[in-house]
Design a protein around this ligand. Sequence first.
Ligand code: AMP
Length: 339
Amino acid sequence: MTDFKVPDSFYESLKSTYSKAVESGDLVFTPTSTIYTNVDDVSYVYSVIPTLKQKPQGIPKPSEEEQEEEQEDSSAPFDPFDPPSPPLLVLPDYANNYAVVLNKFAVVPYHFILITKDKKPQSAPLEPTDLHAAYSLLRATNKQSGIRHVGFFNCGANSGASIDHRHIQFIEFPNPKSSDGAVYEPWPDVIVKPHSTTYKNGQKPISAHHAPFFSHFLAPIDTSTKEDELADHLSFRYSTLLSRVLTSLRHSSLPPRSPISYNLVFTEEWMLAVPRTAPDFIDAEADIKIGVNAVGAIGLILAKGDDELEYIKKKGPVAILQGVSLESQKREEDVDYDY
Ligand code: AMP
């Protein structure tokens, strides 16, 4: 049986590998200030992350050193996780089939990624062991660090994903309170709370009919689930959400054969799926292109520079998020599962 136990020293290794990688220049992170705001009772945190300009768009290109290392198949697209760069490797072997690496273009310190050791497509659905491994890693990181973390999976060409090798990312949440007393409370926390003990397998996912004003599907996770039932429990929740994502994309006005794209975001307490229609918010007139990935869905809005931040502030986060997703479900709408 696969052992999903995370080593007790994981968070310490994460921190020491991070410090070394920053010092050697193998990892880029620019400290940034954050702005807390609230729009229609939804918390948002804006951050300017200049390193996003360096993050590869689409399939990434190898660095000069990586180019020097001979690629076995020069026709295959470059895959930075096969193998991962040694200075970024935190856990080379986890639960038989996985490794944990640091994100080279971190959006917060200690931004890390669970990758499959063997290459698997990012566009395929997650497998029960992926969910089990990701959840165990999140739970252990929360426990070891004393800081709440969030996991996310960008799936499909419209989701903001840039690497076609299965990976699930993790970051710590922003402080619940900023230095000037402003509050960040992820909206799914609020919406899921009344359902957390009553929600049953197979039940329709929870969707708020007011904020956040884009289509989303949410399900609580039973935190008391026993280890040997965890993979099944998480898979049930995930497949329920995925069914709704597929249905809503199918009923959308996207052209036929558009890539199935969605963001999956999870904490210890809930799992959220957001169908996606575009990787970037585009305002051609203003010459603006803002990449949005899963963290946008929980109100963490990342700008590449101050000009982009000013644009976001003026336009408002709701318009940005609506520009890359589907319209919010209406209360009377009750689309049957048809996948
Ligand atoms: P996504 O864009 O959702 O597919 O996530 C891929 C993540 O991998 C991005 O956040 C990148 O910053 C990160 N990344 C890109 N190249 C590397 C690399 N060589 N090593 C580690 N992480 C990387």
